[in-house]
Write a protein that binds this ligand. Structure first.
Ligand code: PEP
Length: 252
């Protein structure tokens, strides 16, 4: 049976106290879950990261972003070393909100991915097309470019362990989710492109998640597909009830 992955992306939501409250509310459900069965991650605010990391070993903590430089005059930014100090091993790179509001490009994502590689961290690299690209039939071309440019010059070992999140931009936070067969087709395409372009021989650890208006009612439509290993969830990860309901679904 495949290991399923559920990652909640909290964006700019929840204080430290609210994070603690959330973990208390879900702890009964997650206490017996083994990571081989379901890997559960949350990307909270930077302030809540060390707290989340300390209060539970059933949830892995994910940074929502990181800067690619080691240190220096980058006001407001967080370095890999700062994340490593609080024992964070995962970071989201290239979320569409970062690409849209903070001008992140495939090139800057590539620099960030290289910074993670250098520090043995695991990336959740987000790719996905806009509504215009989707309507113009450019989904695969856009994703191929995001993969080739984003993963350029990274080691095979790093790419082998990467998590790719396929998130159609038009499905994020809109309530409109992609058809599960299309999501499966893109997930399989992502694996194929990575295998071909980066001449990968060992491939079993590479995971592909779907993200975009996932909720308890539809999570299994995606995760039951052959090439989709889990979900990256925004809105529905904020309430303990729906988070627990998604975990229960994944246990089925
Ligand atoms: C996300 O933020 O990555 C996301 C998929 O959001 P939502 O589930 O709210 O669409």
């Amino acid at each position: 049976m495949k290991t399923k992955i559920l990652i909640g992306n909290w964006k700019m939501n929840k204080t430290i106290q609210e994070t603690i409250g959330f973990v208390c509310a879900v702890k009964e459900t997650i206490k017996d879950i083994e990571p081989e069965q379901i890997m559960i991650g949350i990307a909270p605010s930077f302030l809540a990261l060390p707290v989340l990391e300390k209060i539970t070993d059933k949830i892995f903590s994910v940074a929502q972003n990181v800067h690619y430089e080691e240190k220096g005059a980058y006001t407001g930014e967080i370095s890999v070393e700062m994340l490593k100090e609080i024992e964070i091993d995962y970071a989201l790179i290239g979320h569409s909100e970062r690409r849209k509001y903070f001008n992140e490009s495939n090139e800057s994502c590539n620099l960030k991915l290289k910074a993670l590689e250098k520090n043995q961290m695991i990336a959740v690299y987000c790719v996905g097309e806009t509504i215009e690209e989707y309507r113009d039939g450019k989904t695969k071309a856009v994703i191929k470019t995001q993969l080739i440019e984003g993963l350029k010059d990274l080691s095979k070992e790093f790419i082998e362990n990467i998590i790719i999140a396929y998130e159609p931009v038009w499905a994020i936070g809109t309530g409109e989710s992609a058809n599960e067969d299309i999501a499966q087709d893109i997930a399989s395409y992502i694996k194929e492109v990575i295998k071909e372009e980066f001449k990968m021989k060992y491939f079993d650890n590479l995971k592909v998640l779907y993200g975009g208006s996932v909720k308890p009612e539809n999570i299994n439509d995606y995760v039951n597909k052959d090439d989709i290993d889990g979900a990256l969830v925004g809105g529905a990860s904020l309430s303990p009830d729906s988070f627990v309901a998604m975990i229960e679904k994944l246990k089925e």
